[in-house]
Design a protein around this ligand. Structure first.
Ligand code: GDG
Length: 491
Protein backbone atom coordinates (compact mmCIF):
# COMPACT_ATOMS: atom_id res chain seq x y z
CA UNK A 1 0.00 0.00 0.00
CA UNK A 2 2.81 2.40 0.87
CA UNK A 3 4.37 2.02 -2.57
CA UNK A 4 1.07 2.61 -4.31
CA UNK A 5 0.52 5.74 -2.29
CA UNK A 6 3.98 7.06 -3.00
CA UNK A 7 3.54 6.72 -6.75
CA UNK A 8 0.19 8.37 -6.68
CA UNK A 9 1.42 11.37 -4.88
CA UNK A 10 4.14 12.11 -7.35
CA UNK A 11 2.19 15.19 -8.57
CA UNK A 12 3.39 18.75 -7.95
CA UNK A 13 1.70 21.38 -5.84
CA UNK A 14 1.43 23.94 -8.62
CA UNK A 15 -0.39 21.46 -10.87
CA UNK A 16 -3.13 21.33 -8.29
CA UNK A 17 -4.07 24.89 -7.88
CA UNK A 18 -6.60 25.48 -10.61
CA UNK A 19 -9.25 23.19 -12.07
CA UNK A 20 -8.61 22.04 -15.61
CA UNK A 21 -12.14 22.95 -16.64
CA UNK A 22 -13.02 26.38 -17.99
CA UNK A 23 -16.11 28.12 -16.59
CA UNK A 24 -19.26 28.02 -18.68
CA UNK A 25 -21.16 31.29 -19.00
CA UNK A 26 -24.81 31.06 -18.06
CA UNK A 27 -27.31 33.85 -18.49
CA UNK A 28 -29.30 33.53 -15.28
CA UNK A 29 -28.13 33.10 -11.71
CA UNK A 30 -29.27 29.72 -10.45
CA UNK A 31 -30.39 28.48 -7.09
CA UNK A 32 -28.20 25.82 -5.50
CA UNK A 33 -29.41 22.49 -4.17
CA UNK A 34 -26.77 20.55 -2.26
CA UNK A 35 -27.40 16.85 -1.72
CA UNK A 36 -25.31 14.95 0.80
CA UNK A 37 -25.71 11.94 3.04
CA UNK A 38 -26.10 14.02 6.19
CA UNK A 39 -27.42 17.52 6.57
CA UNK A 40 -26.23 19.73 9.34
CA UNK A 41 -28.10 23.04 9.62
CA UNK A 42 -25.59 25.91 9.50
CA UNK A 43 -27.15 27.61 12.51
CA UNK A 44 -24.29 29.48 14.00
CA UNK A 45 -20.89 30.34 12.65
CA UNK A 46 -19.33 28.19 15.31
CA UNK A 47 -21.08 25.12 13.90
CA UNK A 48 -21.87 22.02 15.90
CA UNK A 49 -19.43 20.01 17.93
CA UNK A 50 -19.90 16.93 15.82
CA UNK A 51 -19.47 18.43 12.35
CA UNK A 52 -17.05 16.54 10.12
CA UNK A 53 -15.08 17.94 7.20
CA UNK A 54 -17.86 17.84 4.66
CA UNK A 55 -20.38 19.43 7.00
CA UNK A 56 -17.98 22.22 7.91
CA UNK A 57 -17.35 22.98 4.23
CA UNK A 58 -21.04 22.86 3.29
CA UNK A 59 -22.05 25.07 6.19
CA UNK A 60 -19.55 27.68 5.07
CA UNK A 61 -20.64 27.47 1.43
CA UNK A 62 -24.35 27.69 2.15
CA UNK A 63 -23.98 30.43 4.74
CA UNK A 64 -22.55 32.49 1.94
CA UNK A 65 -24.92 31.56 -0.88
CA UNK A 66 -28.20 30.33 0.58
CA UNK A 67 -30.09 27.49 -1.10
CA UNK A 68 -31.44 24.08 -0.17
CA UNK A 69 -29.51 21.34 1.57
CA UNK A 70 -31.08 17.93 1.16
CA UNK A 71 -30.17 14.57 2.68
CA UNK A 72 -30.77 11.98 5.36
CA UNK A 73 -31.90 13.40 8.71
CA UNK A 74 -29.77 10.94 10.69
CA UNK A 75 -33.06 9.63 12.15
CA UNK A 76 -34.50 6.14 11.82
CA UNK A 77 -38.13 5.34 11.08
CA UNK A 78 -39.80 1.90 11.08
CA UNK A 79 -40.89 2.21 7.46
CA UNK A 80 -39.59 4.65 4.85
CA UNK A 81 -42.28 7.23 4.04
CA UNK A 82 -40.40 9.74 1.90
CA UNK A 83 -41.86 12.54 4.02
CA UNK A 84 -39.47 15.49 4.21
CA UNK A 85 -38.74 17.59 7.28
CA UNK A 86 -38.20 21.11 5.95
CA UNK A 87 -36.82 23.97 7.99
CA UNK A 88 -35.23 27.30 7.29
CA UNK A 89 -32.41 28.80 9.29
CA UNK A 90 -29.71 31.39 8.68
CA UNK A 91 -30.77 31.78 5.03
CA UNK A 92 -30.60 28.08 4.28
CA UNK A 93 -33.48 25.67 3.77
CA UNK A 94 -32.75 22.15 4.95
CA UNK A 95 -34.88 19.28 3.68
CA UNK A 96 -34.25 15.93 5.34
CA UNK A 97 -35.79 12.49 5.21
CA UNK A 98 -35.69 9.62 7.71
CA UNK A 99 -34.43 6.18 6.65
CA UNK A 100 -35.47 2.74 7.88
CA UNK A 101 -33.13 0.38 9.78
CA UNK A 102 -32.39 -1.85 6.78
CA UNK A 103 -31.38 1.25 4.77
CA UNK A 104 -28.91 2.28 7.43
CA UNK A 105 -27.45 -1.22 7.73
CA UNK A 106 -27.05 -1.80 4.02
CA UNK A 107 -26.48 1.69 2.62
CA UNK A 108 -24.73 3.72 5.33
CA UNK A 109 -22.98 1.17 7.57
CA UNK A 110 -22.78 -1.29 4.67
CA UNK A 111 -21.91 -0.18 1.16
CA UNK A 112 -20.79 3.36 2.03
CA UNK A 113 -18.68 2.66 5.10
CA UNK A 114 -17.74 -1.03 4.86
CA UNK A 115 -17.23 -1.24 1.10
CA UNK A 116 -16.51 2.11 -0.56
CA UNK A 117 -14.75 3.96 2.28
CA UNK A 118 -12.04 1.31 2.83
CA UNK A 119 -11.67 0.65 -0.90
CA UNK A 120 -11.34 4.35 -1.74
CA UNK A 121 -8.66 4.60 0.97
CA UNK A 122 -6.70 1.66 -0.49
CA UNK A 123 -7.77 -0.71 2.32
CA UNK A 124 -8.97 -3.52 0.13
CA UNK A 125 -8.22 -5.85 3.06
CA UNK A 126 -10.97 -4.14 5.06
CA UNK A 127 -13.50 -3.77 2.24
CA UNK A 128 -16.53 -6.04 2.56
CA UNK A 129 -18.36 -7.13 -0.55
CA UNK A 130 -21.90 -8.13 0.26
CA UNK A 131 -24.70 -8.30 -2.29
CA UNK A 132 -27.24 -6.85 0.11
CA UNK A 133 -25.05 -3.76 0.66
CA UNK A 134 -25.04 -2.94 -3.06
CA UNK A 135 -28.80 -3.45 -3.33
CA UNK A 136 -29.40 -1.25 -0.29
CA UNK A 137 -27.10 1.45 -1.68
CA UNK A 138 -29.00 1.62 -4.96
CA UNK A 139 -32.36 1.49 -3.17
CA UNK A 140 -31.51 4.38 -0.86
CA UNK A 141 -30.12 6.50 -3.70
CA UNK A 142 -33.33 5.87 -5.61
CA UNK A 143 -35.41 6.76 -2.52
CA UNK A 144 -33.47 9.95 -1.97
CA UNK A 145 -33.85 10.92 -5.65
CA UNK A 146 -37.61 10.44 -5.65
CA UNK A 147 -37.96 12.30 -2.33
CA UNK A 148 -35.92 15.27 -3.57
CA UNK A 149 -37.66 15.45 -6.96
CA UNK A 150 -40.42 17.92 -5.92
CA UNK A 151 -37.80 20.36 -4.60
CA UNK A 152 -36.14 20.80 -7.98
CA UNK A 153 -37.05 23.77 -10.18
CA UNK A 154 -35.97 24.07 -13.82
CA UNK A 155 -33.02 26.47 -13.31
CA UNK A 156 -31.62 24.91 -10.14
CA UNK A 157 -28.03 23.76 -10.03
CA UNK A 158 -27.74 20.45 -8.21
CA UNK A 159 -24.54 19.56 -6.42
CA UNK A 160 -24.23 16.00 -5.10
CA UNK A 161 -21.59 15.31 -2.43
CA UNK A 162 -19.41 12.31 -1.76
CA UNK A 163 -19.22 8.54 -2.02
CA UNK A 164 -22.57 7.81 -0.34
CA UNK A 165 -24.47 9.30 -3.25
CA UNK A 166 -22.55 8.38 -6.39
CA UNK A 167 -25.62 7.01 -8.29
CA UNK A 168 -27.96 9.82 -7.21
CA UNK A 169 -27.44 11.91 -10.36
CA UNK A 170 -28.24 8.95 -12.57
CA UNK A 171 -31.38 8.23 -10.54
CA UNK A 172 -32.49 11.85 -10.99
CA UNK A 173 -31.87 11.63 -14.75
CA UNK A 174 -34.00 8.50 -14.93
CA UNK A 175 -36.78 10.51 -13.26
CA UNK A 176 -36.54 13.14 -16.00
CA UNK A 177 -34.32 15.78 -14.35
CA UNK A 178 -32.45 17.73 -17.03
CA UNK A 179 -30.84 20.33 -14.73
CA UNK A 180 -27.10 20.68 -14.51
CA UNK A 181 -25.94 18.19 -11.90
CA UNK A 182 -22.44 18.07 -10.46
CA UNK A 183 -20.71 15.59 -8.19
CA UNK A 184 -17.80 16.15 -5.82
CA UNK A 185 -15.82 13.34 -4.18
CA UNK A 186 -14.32 14.27 -0.81
CA UNK A 187 -12.25 11.08 -0.53
CA UNK A 188 -9.43 9.79 -2.72
CA UNK A 189 -10.31 7.94 -5.92
CA UNK A 190 -8.50 4.58 -5.91
CA UNK A 191 -6.05 3.41 -8.55
CA UNK A 192 -7.69 1.67 -11.49
CA UNK A 193 -6.64 -1.90 -10.60
CA UNK A 194 -7.77 -1.54 -7.01
CA UNK A 195 -11.21 -0.35 -8.06
CA UNK A 196 -11.71 -3.40 -10.23
CA UNK A 197 -11.85 -5.43 -7.00
CA UNK A 198 -15.31 -3.96 -6.47
CA UNK A 199 -18.07 -6.16 -7.87
CA UNK A 200 -20.04 -4.12 -10.44
CA UNK A 201 -17.35 -1.41 -10.44
CA UNK A 202 -18.21 -0.54 -14.02
CA UNK A 203 -21.86 -0.03 -13.18
CA UNK A 204 -20.87 2.42 -10.44
CA UNK A 205 -18.62 4.45 -12.72
CA UNK A 206 -21.14 4.36 -15.57
CA UNK A 207 -23.69 5.94 -13.25
CA UNK A 208 -21.24 8.84 -12.75
CA UNK A 209 -21.43 9.67 -16.43
CA UNK A 210 -24.91 11.08 -15.76
CA UNK A 211 -23.26 14.11 -14.13
CA UNK A 212 -22.24 17.24 -16.02
CA UNK A 213 -19.16 17.77 -13.85
CA UNK A 214 -17.23 15.38 -11.61
CA UNK A 215 -14.87 17.06 -9.15
CA UNK A 216 -11.99 15.53 -7.17
CA UNK A 217 -9.82 16.99 -4.43
CA UNK A 218 -6.48 16.66 -6.27
CA UNK A 219 -4.96 15.92 -9.63
CA UNK A 220 -3.86 12.53 -8.32
CA UNK A 221 -7.41 11.30 -7.75
CA UNK A 222 -8.50 12.88 -11.01
CA UNK A 223 -5.77 11.03 -12.91
CA UNK A 224 -6.79 7.73 -11.33
CA UNK A 225 -10.34 8.31 -12.49
CA UNK A 226 -9.18 9.14 -16.01
CA UNK A 227 -7.03 6.02 -16.02
CA UNK A 228 -10.02 3.87 -15.07
CA UNK A 229 -12.19 5.39 -17.79
CA UNK A 230 -9.50 4.84 -20.42
CA UNK A 231 -8.64 1.29 -19.35
CA UNK A 232 -12.03 -0.12 -18.42
CA UNK A 233 -14.51 1.84 -20.53
CA UNK A 234 -12.54 2.60 -23.65
CA UNK A 235 -13.11 6.27 -22.83
CA UNK A 236 -11.19 9.31 -24.08
CA UNK A 237 -9.88 12.16 -21.92
CA UNK A 238 -8.90 15.45 -23.54
CA UNK A 239 -6.44 18.04 -22.27
CA UNK A 240 -9.24 20.04 -20.57
CA UNK A 241 -10.37 17.00 -18.57
CA UNK A 242 -13.41 16.34 -20.74
CA UNK A 243 -14.22 12.65 -20.62
CA UNK A 244 -16.04 10.97 -23.50
CA UNK A 245 -17.45 7.46 -23.19
CA UNK A 246 -19.70 6.47 -26.09
CA UNK A 247 -22.17 9.32 -26.45
CA UNK A 248 -21.62 10.65 -22.92
CA UNK A 249 -19.44 13.74 -22.45
CA UNK A 250 -18.59 14.74 -18.88
CA UNK A 251 -16.36 17.49 -17.55
CA UNK A 252 -13.91 16.54 -14.79
CA UNK A 253 -11.50 18.58 -12.69
CA UNK A 254 -9.53 18.92 -9.46
CA UNK A 255 -10.99 21.37 -6.94
CA UNK A 256 -9.00 21.26 -3.67
CA UNK A 257 -11.36 22.07 -0.82
CA UNK A 258 -10.39 24.80 1.66
CA UNK A 259 -11.60 26.22 4.95
CA UNK A 260 -13.20 29.49 6.01
CA UNK A 261 -9.98 30.98 7.39
CA UNK A 262 -11.69 34.18 8.53
CA UNK A 263 -14.08 32.08 10.63
CA UNK A 264 -11.14 30.53 12.49
CA UNK A 265 -9.54 33.96 12.81
CA UNK A 266 -12.73 35.26 14.50
CA UNK A 267 -13.00 32.14 16.61
CA UNK A 268 -9.54 32.30 18.17
CA UNK A 269 -10.43 35.58 19.87
CA UNK A 270 -13.73 34.23 21.25
CA UNK A 271 -14.14 33.61 24.97
CA UNK A 272 -14.32 29.82 24.55
CA UNK A 273 -11.16 29.69 22.45
CA UNK A 274 -9.20 31.87 24.85
CA UNK A 275 -10.37 29.69 27.75
CA UNK A 276 -9.33 26.50 25.94
CA UNK A 277 -5.95 27.98 25.06
CA UNK A 278 -5.41 29.06 28.65
CA UNK A 279 -6.42 25.63 29.97
CA UNK A 280 -3.96 23.78 27.76
CA UNK A 281 -1.10 26.20 28.39
CA UNK A 282 -1.69 26.25 32.18
CA UNK A 283 -1.84 22.48 32.36
CA UNK A 284 1.27 22.17 30.15
CA UNK A 285 3.31 23.99 32.83
CA UNK A 286 5.92 25.10 30.33
CA UNK A 287 6.04 21.84 28.37
CA UNK A 288 5.65 21.85 24.58
CA UNK A 289 2.23 20.80 23.32
CA UNK A 290 1.92 18.53 20.29
CA UNK A 291 -1.66 18.22 19.05
CA UNK A 292 -3.49 15.77 16.80
CA UNK A 293 -7.21 16.04 15.97
CA UNK A 294 -8.88 13.38 13.86
CA UNK A 295 -12.10 11.45 13.65
CA UNK A 296 -11.28 8.03 15.08
CA UNK A 297 -10.73 6.31 11.75
CA UNK A 298 -8.18 3.75 10.56
CA UNK A 299 -7.25 6.03 7.65
CA UNK A 300 -5.93 8.73 9.99
CA UNK A 301 -2.77 6.82 10.92
CA UNK A 302 -3.27 7.10 14.68
CA UNK A 303 -1.60 3.81 15.61
CA UNK A 304 1.47 4.65 13.49
CA UNK A 305 1.45 8.18 14.95
CA UNK A 306 1.50 6.92 18.54
CA UNK A 307 4.23 4.43 17.66
CA UNK A 308 6.23 7.19 15.96
CA UNK A 309 5.84 9.44 18.99
CA UNK A 310 6.91 6.60 21.30
CA UNK A 311 9.97 6.10 19.09
CA UNK A 312 10.71 9.83 19.35
CA UNK A 313 10.66 9.63 23.16
CA UNK A 314 13.04 6.68 22.98
CA UNK A 315 15.41 8.38 20.58
CA UNK A 316 15.26 11.79 22.25
CA UNK A 317 15.06 11.16 26.00
CA UNK A 318 15.87 14.85 26.58
CA UNK A 319 12.32 15.59 25.37
CA UNK A 320 10.72 13.28 27.92
CA UNK A 321 9.00 15.42 30.52
CA UNK A 322 9.36 18.49 28.27
CA UNK A 323 6.58 17.75 25.76
CA UNK A 324 3.36 15.78 25.49
CA UNK A 325 0.95 14.71 22.77
CA UNK A 326 -2.70 15.77 23.06
CA UNK A 327 -4.67 13.54 20.72
CA UNK A 328 -8.34 14.34 20.26
CA UNK A 329 -10.13 11.55 18.42
CA UNK A 330 -13.91 11.61 18.67
CA UNK A 331 -15.45 8.24 17.90
CA UNK A 332 -17.18 7.90 14.52
CA UNK A 333 -19.15 5.20 12.71
CA UNK A 334 -19.45 3.17 15.92
CA UNK A 335 -21.76 0.64 14.26
CA UNK A 336 -18.99 -0.52 11.90
CA UNK A 337 -16.84 -3.18 13.59
CA UNK A 338 -13.52 -2.02 12.06
CA UNK A 339 -14.00 1.21 14.03
CA UNK A 340 -14.36 -0.76 17.27
CA UNK A 341 -11.15 -2.59 16.35
CA UNK A 342 -9.16 0.59 15.75
CA UNK A 343 -10.46 2.03 19.00
CA UNK A 344 -9.37 -1.04 20.95
CA UNK A 345 -5.98 -1.03 19.24
CA UNK A 346 -5.42 2.63 20.08
CA UNK A 347 -6.39 2.09 23.71
CA UNK A 348 -3.71 -0.60 23.79
CA UNK A 349 -0.95 1.41 22.10
CA UNK A 350 -1.55 4.60 24.10
CA UNK A 351 -1.75 2.57 27.32
CA UNK A 352 1.51 0.80 26.52
CA UNK A 353 3.38 4.04 25.71
CA UNK A 354 2.00 5.84 28.75
CA UNK A 355 2.74 2.85 30.97
CA UNK A 356 6.31 2.70 29.70
CA UNK A 357 7.23 6.39 29.86
CA UNK A 358 4.89 8.09 32.36
CA UNK A 359 6.15 9.54 35.62
CA UNK A 360 4.09 10.74 38.54
CA UNK A 361 3.97 14.27 37.16
CA UNK A 362 4.06 13.60 33.39
CA UNK A 363 1.95 11.53 31.02
CA UNK A 364 3.28 11.48 27.43
CA UNK A 365 -0.06 11.00 25.65
CA UNK A 366 -3.31 12.67 26.61
CA UNK A 367 -5.76 10.71 24.54
CA UNK A 368 -9.30 12.10 24.44
CA UNK A 369 -12.14 10.28 22.70
CA UNK A 370 -14.71 13.03 23.01
CA UNK A 371 -15.61 15.76 20.57
CA UNK A 372 -14.80 19.40 21.35
CA UNK A 373 -16.83 22.45 20.31
CA UNK A 374 -15.20 24.17 17.33
CA UNK A 375 -14.23 27.34 19.19
CA UNK A 376 -12.54 25.29 21.92
CA UNK A 377 -10.71 23.36 19.24
CA UNK A 378 -9.47 26.59 17.66
CA UNK A 379 -8.10 27.64 21.06
CA UNK A 380 -6.33 24.30 21.48
CA UNK A 381 -4.81 24.66 18.01
CA UNK A 382 -3.50 28.10 18.93
CA UNK A 383 -2.13 26.83 22.20
CA UNK A 384 -0.23 23.93 20.57
CA UNK A 385 3.41 24.25 19.50
CA UNK A 386 3.22 21.47 16.93
CA UNK A 387 0.39 19.76 15.01
CA UNK A 388 1.04 16.12 14.16
CA UNK A 389 -1.36 15.23 11.34
CA UNK A 390 -0.35 11.97 9.74
CA UNK A 391 -3.18 10.22 7.86
CA UNK A 392 -2.12 7.14 5.88
CA UNK A 393 -4.20 8.60 3.08
CA UNK A 394 -6.74 11.44 3.05
CA UNK A 395 -8.78 13.12 0.33
CA UNK A 396 -7.66 16.54 1.59
CA UNK A 397 -7.52 17.02 5.42
CA UNK A 398 -9.06 20.18 6.79
CA UNK A 399 -7.52 19.92 10.26
CA UNK A 400 -4.10 20.81 8.81
CA UNK A 401 -5.57 23.99 7.32
CA UNK A 402 -7.49 24.85 10.50
CA UNK A 403 -4.33 24.49 12.59
CA UNK A 404 -2.47 26.93 10.36
CA UNK A 405 -5.36 29.43 10.39
CA UNK A 406 -5.52 29.39 14.21
CA UNK A 407 -1.84 30.31 14.79
CA UNK A 408 -0.50 33.50 16.33
CA UNK A 409 1.42 35.22 13.49
CA UNK A 410 4.06 36.41 15.98
CA UNK A 411 4.65 32.95 17.46
CA UNK A 412 3.26 30.33 15.10
CA UNK A 413 3.41 26.59 15.68
CA UNK A 414 4.81 24.02 13.28
CA UNK A 415 2.70 21.74 11.08
CA UNK A 416 3.88 18.15 10.55
CA UNK A 417 1.76 16.67 7.78
CA UNK A 418 1.56 13.31 6.05
CA UNK A 419 2.73 13.45 2.46
CA UNK A 420 -0.22 11.17 1.65
CA UNK A 421 -2.87 13.75 2.61
CA UNK A 422 -4.32 15.59 -0.39
CA UNK A 423 -3.46 18.81 1.50
CA UNK A 424 0.27 17.99 1.27
CA UNK A 425 0.25 18.88 -2.42
CA UNK A 426 -0.63 22.46 -1.47
CA UNK A 427 1.04 22.74 1.96
CA UNK A 428 4.61 22.19 0.90
CA UNK A 429 5.97 24.46 3.66
CA UNK A 430 4.82 22.01 6.32
CA UNK A 431 7.25 19.32 7.50
CA UNK A 432 6.04 16.56 5.20
CA UNK A 433 6.50 13.00 6.49
CA UNK A 434 5.89 9.41 5.53
CA UNK A 435 3.23 8.44 8.11
CA UNK A 436 4.28 4.76 7.99
CA UNK A 437 7.83 5.57 9.16
CA UNK A 438 8.55 5.80 12.90
CA UNK A 439 11.91 7.35 12.07
CA UNK A 440 10.35 10.04 9.87
CA UNK A 441 7.83 10.97 12.57
CA UNK A 442 10.54 11.02 15.22
CA UNK A 443 12.88 13.19 13.12
CA UNK A 444 10.09 15.62 12.21
CA UNK A 445 9.09 16.00 15.86
CA UNK A 446 12.69 16.73 16.86
CA UNK A 447 12.96 19.31 14.06
CA UNK A 448 9.61 20.92 14.83
CA UNK A 449 10.15 21.23 18.58
CA UNK A 450 13.54 22.88 18.08
CA UNK A 451 12.60 25.08 15.12
CA UNK A 452 13.76 28.72 15.53
CA UNK A 453 11.13 31.48 15.48
CA UNK A 454 12.33 32.90 12.14
CA UNK A 455 11.84 29.61 10.35
CA UNK A 456 8.48 29.01 12.03
CA UNK A 457 7.30 32.42 10.85
CA UNK A 458 8.59 31.93 7.32
CA UNK A 459 6.91 28.56 6.93
CA UNK A 460 3.68 29.74 8.55
CA UNK A 461 3.41 32.84 6.31
CA UNK A 462 3.70 30.70 3.20
CA UNK A 463 1.18 28.16 4.52
CA UNK A 464 -1.24 30.86 5.65
CA UNK A 465 -1.14 32.58 2.25
CA UNK A 466 -2.33 29.32 0.66
CA UNK A 467 -4.97 28.64 3.30
CA UNK A 468 -6.38 32.18 2.96
CA UNK A 469 -6.29 32.20 -0.81
CA UNK A 470 -7.54 28.70 -1.62
CA UNK A 471 -10.41 28.89 0.84
CA UNK A 472 -13.79 27.18 0.94
CA UNK A 473 -15.51 30.09 -0.84
CA UNK A 474 -13.11 29.87 -3.72
CA UNK A 475 -13.61 26.10 -3.87
CA UNK A 476 -17.36 26.58 -4.15
CA UNK A 477 -17.08 29.42 -6.67
CA UNK A 478 -14.62 27.55 -8.87
CA UNK A 479 -16.72 24.40 -8.80
CA UNK A 480 -20.02 26.14 -9.50
CA UNK A 481 -18.49 28.29 -12.24
CA UNK A 482 -17.29 25.11 -13.90
CA UNK A 483 -20.67 23.44 -13.39
CA UNK A 484 -22.25 26.19 -15.33
CA UNK A 485 -23.59 28.85 -13.07
CA UNK A 486 -22.44 31.86 -11.21
CA UNK A 487 -22.46 32.03 -7.44
CA UNK A 488 -26.07 31.33 -6.55
CA UNK A 489 -28.17 33.94 -4.81
CA UNK A 490 -29.95 33.48 -1.52
CA UNK A 491 -33.58 32.38 -1.87
C1 GDG B 1 -13.62 14.20 4.73
C2 GDG B 1 -12.38 13.64 3.99
C3 GDG B 1 -11.68 15.97 3.47
C4 GDG B 1 -12.61 16.84 14.23
N1 GDG B 1 -12.72 16.58 15.54
C5 GDG B 1 -13.55 17.49 16.03
C6 GDG B 1 -13.96 18.30 15.00
N2 GDG B 1 -13.37 17.89 13.90
C7 GDG B 1 -13.51 18.55 12.60
C8 GDG B 1 -12.20 19.16 12.17
C9 GDG B 1 -12.41 19.26 10.67
C10 GDG B 1 -13.28 18.04 10.39
O1 GDG B 1 -13.86 17.63 11.62
C11 GDG B 1 -12.46 16.86 9.88
O2 GDG B 1 -12.14 17.11 8.55
P1 GDG B 1 -11.00 16.33 7.79
O3 GDG B 1 -10.84 16.96 6.47
O4 GDG B 1 -9.77 16.40 8.63
O5 GDG B 1 -11.44 14.80 7.72
P2 GDG B 1 -12.81 13.95 7.40
O6 GDG B 1 -13.81 14.08 8.48
O7 GDG B 1 -12.33 12.56 7.13
O8 GDG B 1 -13.40 14.62 6.07
C12 GDG B 1 -11.24 14.63 4.07
C13 GDG B 1 -13.00 16.43 4.07
O9 GDG B 1 -14.00 15.41 4.01
C14 GDG B 1 -13.54 17.66 3.35
O10 GDG B 1 -13.62 17.45 2.00
O11 GDG B 1 -10.70 16.94 3.75
O12 GDG B 1 -10.12 14.14 3.34
O13 GDG B 1 -11.99 12.38 4.57
O14 GDG B 1 -13.12 20.40 10.31
O15 GDG B 1 -11.99 20.38 12.82
N3 GDG B 1 -14.80 19.33 15.14
C15 GDG B 1 -15.26 19.57 16.39
N4 GDG B 1 -14.90 18.81 17.46
C16 GDG B 1 -14.04 17.76 17.32
O16 GDG B 1 -13.71 17.09 18.30
N5 GDG B 1 -16.10 20.58 16.58
Amino acid sequence: MGQLSANLFAGRADQLRRPAVAPVECGAVSRLIIMSNRVSAPKARSGSASQGGLAVAMSSALRESGGIWFGWSGEVTDTFTGRMNISRDAGVTTATVDLEPQDIDEYYNGYANRTLWPLFHYRIDLAEFDRSFGAGYERVNQRLASTALPLIEPDDLIWVQDYHLIPLGDQLRQMGVTNRIGFFLHTPWPPHRLLTALPYHRRLVESMLAYDLIGFQTDDWLESFHHYVECEMDGKVDADGIVTVGDRVVRTGAFPIGIDASEIDDMVTSHDAIEAQRTIRDSAKGKKVIIGVDRLDYTKGLVQRFEGYGHFLDEHPDWQHRAFLLQIAPASRGAVHTYEDIRAELDGVSGRINGHFAQVDWVPIRYVNQSYPRAGLAGLFRGADVALITPLIDGMNLVAKEYVAAQDPEDPGVLILSKFAGAALQMTDALLVNPYSKDAISDALATALAMPLDERKRRWRALMAGVSNDNVHRWREDYLAALGGRTPIAQ
